[in-house]
Structure formats: C-alpha cells, structure tokens
Ligand binder design. Sequence first.
Ligand SMILES: Cc1cc2nc3c(=O)[nH]c(=O)nc-3n(C[C@H](O)[C@H](O)[C@H](O)COP(=O)(O)OP(=O)(O)OC[C@H]3O[C@@H](n4cnc5c(N)ncnc54)[C@H](O)[C@@H]3O)c2cc1C
Length: 303
Amino acid sequence: MLRAALLKLSDSKRLANWVTTNEKTRKMSRRFVAGEELADALAAAKACNDMGMHASLDYLGENVSTTADAQRARDAYLEIFEAIARERLHANVSCKLTQLGLDLSSEFSEGLAMSIVEAAARHDNFLRVDMEGSNYTQRTIELVKRVRMQSPAVGTVIQSYLYRSEQDVQDLLAYGCRIRLCKGAYKEPEEVAYKSKADVDNNYVRLMKMLLTSGFYHGIATHDPKMIAATIRWASEKRISKDDFEFQMLYGVRTDLQRRLVRDGYRLRIYIPFGRDWFPYFMRRLAERPANLGFFVRNFFRK
Ligand SMILES: Cc1cc2nc3c(=O)[nH]c(=O)nc-3n(C[C@H](O)[C@H](O)[C@H](O)COP(=O)(O)OP(=O)(O)OC[C@H]3O[C@@H](n4cnc5c(N)ncnc54)[C@H](O)[C@@H]3O)c2cc1C
C-alpha cells in the first residue's frame, strides 16, 4: 500500500514543487541523483569510470506538455553526447520518450529521438530509451523498432512485471534490438502486470535466459542478489562470456554489490540521473524500498 501511495504521489505537481525547492529535500535527493547540472553527472560518471564501471547519463524529465520543453530536452541530450566525447567518458545515455513529447504526438517524439540517435551514432555511442508506465509500452516499442531500422545506436527496456514482455522480447530481438531488462517501477493494474514478487522474479529469470542466449549484447538491470546469481549461473552453464552482457544498477543503490561485481570481473553500468526535475524519479526510488522513506523522514526532522 505504501508503494502504491508513493507512486501516486509521484504525479503530484504541488508536492513536486515544494520538495524540489526545499533546501533540505534537495540535499537529500543527492542519495539517488548526481546533482542538478550536467557537470555533476559528468563528475559522477568519471568517478564510476575510475572504479571500473561504465555509466548511463539520464537528464531527468518526463511527461512534458509543450513542444518547446521537448525540444529543450533534445538539445540537452545532444550536449550530453558532446560532453561524453569531449571528456572521453565510458558512458552512454538514457532518456524517456514522454520527455521528448510522446504525450503530444508519436511522430514529433520520434523526430526528436531520431536526431538524438543520429548524434549517438556520430559519436559511436548509444541511446537507451527507458520504459515508462504501461500506457506507453506499445508506442515506445513501435517507435524504437522504427528508429532501430535506421540505426543500431538505439535500444530499449523490458519490464518483467508485464505479462506481455516475453512477446515484446521476441519482437525486439527480431529487430536486433539491444534490451535492458528490469523488473518495472510503475504502478500497474493486475490486468497487465504480475503482482507477486515471486511471479515478477520468475519472469525476470525467464527473460534473462532469452536475452543472454540471443547473441546480442544486453543489460541485466537489478540490485536483487537472487537475479544476479541466476544470471551468473546461466551464463556459466551456457558458456556465455562475461564480456557478452553487462549488469546495470542505479546510482546510489547497493554500492557494495556494485563493487563486488566489478571485483569479480563482470561488466557493470551505473545509471546516473541528473537535473532539476528529479521528483518523480526520487519517489519511485522511495517506493522500491519502504525503508528509504523512514531514512528520509528521520533525516528531514533531524536538526
Ligand atoms: C539501470 C537501471 C535502469 C532502470 N530503468 C528502468 C526503466 O526504464 N523502467 C522501469 O520501469 N524501471 C527501471 N528500473 C527500475 C527497476 O524496474 C526496479 O524498480 C528497480 O531496479 C528495483 O528492482 P530490483 O531489480 O533492484 O529488485 P527488488 O526486488 O526491487 O530489490 C532487490 C534489492 O535491491 C535493493 N534495492 C532495490 N531498489 C532499491 C532502492 N530504491 N533503494 C535501496 N535499495 C534498493 C534492496 O536491497 C532490495 O532488497 C531500472 C533499474 C536499473 C537498475
């Protein structure tokens, strides 16, 4: 119930406005968000690289309501690819289609996504299109497939909590699409998504096996030691090299596990969000682990 309440609150513009302008909560957001400026994200990516980890930079923002905001987000992504190349970072980029105007029009959003993917290709880099709530799944997959037909510099995300995901994996693999597998972070009805952790986890393992034996390079995004162990077991059983896939984790989450994977010779990419529009992302991180909420409430009231 707490998870559902936090995910519902993540849509509240009034709460977002209060939380993102309060000095104390802004500081607390740093647990999960690298900072508000591109320079903060570049510094975090450099620190990851120094520890043997790759990065994916996400300029936070979603559900924009004007074409001007979407175009500004596109420009920010073009700048990020320039900066990654200039700083010689081992980093790619993640973005959400609703930040590129998907709520306004699929065609408009696709045009912006295409120009970002062209920039990624020019820099021999890669754009990962994040997966949002299930209202957007079909449109995201269709759009990514169309862009993928024009450039290999794009991939997307599959969520194991959705019933449809096995079909989507097969569909995307037919396009040679690189996939990030995650469990899923949104509030979904039972008509479309598994509700029990056991079902979500079983589906995660099933999809992970499909991805690892597909012959393409994919990202296994999780902090769950059981999912990680299942991946390592499957890779070893099928003689899949440690260089043929990567683990992915979120900035600020399970840094102990991050270091252990790198020490054991696995590839690891850290998802580094930055920007001023951090409220919905932050709320999803709180929702994933109720203990986080207690931690933040205690810190908020501490003098
Ligand atoms: C790189 C990356 C990209 C992602 N992209 C997307 C996306 O595009 N779309 C989408 O819907 N979701 C995305 N997610 C989020 C994902 O769907 C899950 O909500 C999130 O990763 C938690 O699931 P888990 O696999 O870690 O397993 P869980 O079973 O939720 O957690 C396992 C353990 O991980 C730790 N943990 C997990 N989350 C937290 C947290 N917030 N704070 C502290 N500890 C935590 C805890 O120790 C927990 O016991 C992404 C996740 C990662 C790692």
